[in-house]
Design a protein around this ligand. Structure first.
Ligand code: ADP
Ligand code: GLC
Length: 484
């Protein structure tokens, strides 16, 4: 099975969130099952700095882009046990501090940057053809199935390949003003509501959904949710139209990266049978975060992009109530200015009890997973969510809102049956969040019951292999279904 995956971020080369984790680990899991996987992504500054051994491929591309021709070169790296990764280098687009934007917001030329990327990726695909599957992730790779499938497309080498689109987040669709149309070099017939037009704008994700042979998203619950107006972000009708070809496949966890027994970022490794290391990790986290070192005070961790999706507004709503309890909170996040400002003042208000680090810090993210007792993820929506699954492995009990992948992976604790692996609430409000945290705090003081909850959580297995098998089965089904 020859699979080409195209994505805008892939761990460990570049990451802003779970997309990178998911694509990197998915590729490795598929390769582990025997698929021949190759990857394509942009050569950002971070990639050029990080990937020590980038090889020249000799491949050059010259991409038509709104009447101009833009040149790029293709480099090659190997990630995750020798998966060839092709890096599209064009410094005027990708040699920047951020992947998608800076403190002022999204880069204004993102349509052009990712139109270039998709066209270059198609050239790579062409030169390395044949493929059985071309698997694209999110809007940034969304022009691939569109340009490949449009009438008059010049990709005969790719004729046998099936196109799969995985939606990691419906809230990011790549919506741009009609003036970007000329960059696409697509016939005007596709600027209609049946294709890429969306309330007068160009919607790249919409085009990808309509052109792909199959569409997947990253949990079963989210696959159902995006067919509703509440979660569909305006594309729920399109998702309903394609519901026969829509599949929810839960992401897994890359346990090579996220396992307290082997994690190289944390103070002391630990396993379910001996949790002494977790106590040391908690002490370490309290020390480096400027919190009072108190072993028995419950410590709540948050690692999050600072975006509306993540539910930080309802945390803020009840923060004073929360801080009325004997607990500590450590928050790591980067993103929207309004949340950075909201959070930045908290440590001074609650000295020794609240720690906030604004920024992207891989090591601290691991230390929080290991050192916290409770992990809070009150998302407004969550296509899959990885941190709650990491938390389970680290014996850090998740408190989550029942949405998307959070609902699929976390079962509410039932004190009578002793069942469940976390605490879950439904309504999106500070009050419901507070009620769930209170239930967690009440159980926390019952050491025996809490230990049992931790043991159950740590035994959960969300490894990638199962999910990778589902992707392979889908690829096989598509290939059997005749010519695309
Ligand atoms: P999303 O992709 O919506 O951000 P996920 O839960 O799927 O949410 O994945 C988030 C990933 O990004 C996790 O690996 C998490 O540890 C990481 N992450 C998020 N914010 C930060 C940050 N500020 N610093 C380090 N890692 C972060
Ligand atoms: C997105 C989603 C997140 C998901 C990740 C990986 O960023 O917000 O829920 O886990 O993609 O699929």
């Amino acid at each position: 099975m020859k699979v080409l995956m195209i994505a805008s971020e892939i761990f460990p080369l570049a990451k802003t969130g779970g997309l990178a984790d998911a694509v990197g680990a998915m590729a490795r899991a598929l390769a582990g099952l025997g698929a021949e996987v190759r990857l394509v992504m942009p050569a950002y500054r971070a990639v050029l700095e990080k990937a020590g051994e980038l090889a020249e491929t000799g491949m050059e591309v010259e991409i038509p882009l709104g009447g101009r021709k833009v040149k790029g070169i293709i480099l090659r790296a190997e990630i995750g046990g020798k998966i060839p990764t092709y890096l599209v280098r064009c410094d005027s687009y990708f040699l920047r501090a951020g992947l998608y934007g800076d403190a002022r917001g999204d880069y204004p030329d993102n349509a052009e940057r990712f139109a270039f990327f998709c066209k270059a990726a198609l050239q790579v695909a062409k030169r390395l053809a044949p493929w059985e599957v071309i698997h694209c992730h999110d809007w940034q790779a969304g022009l691939v199935p569109v340009l490949k499938g449009a009438r008059g497309a010049d990709y005969p080498e790719l004729g046998g390949a099936r196109d799969i689109l995985t939606i990691h987040n419906m809230a990011h669709q790549g919506i741009f003003p009609p003036s970007i149309w000329e960059l696409l070099e697509l016939d005007r017939e596709y600027f209609t509501p049946r294709h890429l037009e969306f309330y007068g704008q160009v919607n790249i994700l919409k085009g990808a959904i309509l052109f792909a042979d199959a569409v997947t998203t990253v949990s079963g619950k989210y696959a159902a949710e995006i067919k509703t107006p509440e979660y569909g972000c305006g594309l729920d009708g399109v998702m309903r139209d394609r519901e026969k070809d829509l599949h929810g496949i839960l992401n897994g966890v890359d346990y090579q990266e996220w396992d307290p027994a082997t994690d190289r970022h944390i103070k002391k490794n630990y396993r379910p049978k001996n949790l002494a290391g977790k106590a040391l990790c908690k002490k370490d986290l309290q020390q480096i975060s400027g919190l009072s070192v108190k072993p028995s005070v419950p410590l709540i961790g948050v690692v999050s992009r600072l975006a509306d999706q993540k539910g930080l507004d309802i945390v803020a709503e009840v923060l004073d109530d929360l801080m009325g309890f004997d607990l500590q909170i450590v928050i790591l996040g980067a993103g929207e200015e309004k949340y950075q400002t909201l959070l930045a003042g908290l440590p001074a208000k609650y000295p020794g009890k609240v720690s906030v680090k604004i920024g992207f810090d891989e090591t601290l993210a691991h230390k929080i997973e290991a050192g916290a007792d409770i992990f809070l993820m009150p998302s407004k929506f969550e296509p899959c969510g990885l941190n709650q699954m990491f938390s389970l492995k680290y014996g850090t009990i998740p408190v989550v809102r029942a949405t998307g992948g959070l609902d699929d992976t976390i079962e509410d604790y039932d004190p009578l049956a002793g069942s469940g692996n976390g605490f879950k609430f439904s309504g999106y409000s500070g009050a419901t969040l507070l009620e769930a945290v209170k239930r967690a705090l009440t159980l926390y003081v019952n050491k025996g019951a809490w230990r049992r909850l931790m043991a159950g959580a740590m035994a959960a297995d969300f490894s990638w292999e199962k999910s990778a098998r589902s992707y392979l089965a889908l690829y096989q089904k598509l290939l059997k279904s005749g010519s695309p």
